[in-house]
Ligand binder design. Structure first.
Ligand code: HEC
Length: 118
């Protein structure tokens, strides 16, 4: 009879999650209230499609706050880490009504997910 060893089961799990790398992490559920990930679909917040690497405030057709428009930020690992952990202090006056992600691992998981949106 075939019995899977613990190691094989773990390897299988890892393979399964790698195959689903495009799926959003749990922490991203909080963002979905205001953001869509499809290109060109702005909601309460701008579409997050292709957001990584862009200049803050540059999604076409979205009405940004003056604070976001003039923030001068480019969305890379450093700026997103700060912004997602603490939106209010990173872009004072931003109209993103979100307290921030408390856990660094959630911030990292969300940024990794944003990179896949292209
Ligand atoms: C309550 C609604 C709301 C929630 C929740 C929210 N956002 Fe936002 N987000 C906004 C709004 C509104 C803006 C535009 C801010 C402005 O113009 O000042 C924005 C802007 C952004 C920007 C800058 C976009 C750009 O084009 O420069 C990023 C990146 C972003 N949000 C990511 C996230 C992520 C990731 C989450 C979840 C961890 C999240 N937001 C949760 C409403 C929200």
């Amino acid at each position: 009879m075939f019995r899977m060893s613990g190691g094989a089961a773990v390897a299988l799990l890892l393979l399964t999650s790698a195959a689903q790398a495009g799926d959003p992490p749990t922490a991203f559920n909080q963002c979905k209230a205001c953001h869509k990930v499809e290109a060109g679909k702005n909601a309460i917040g701008p579409s997050l499609f292709g957001i990584f690497g862009t200049k803050a405030g540059s999604v076409a057709g979205y009405q940004y706050s003056p604070a976001m428009k003039s923030s001068g930020l480019t969305w890379d690992d450093a700026t997103l880490s700060k912004y997602l952990a603490n939106p209010k202090d990173t872009v004072p006056g931003s109209k993103m009504a979100f307290a921030g992600l408390k856990k660094p691992e959630d911030v990292a998981a969300v940024i990794a997910y944003l990179k896949t949106l292209r």
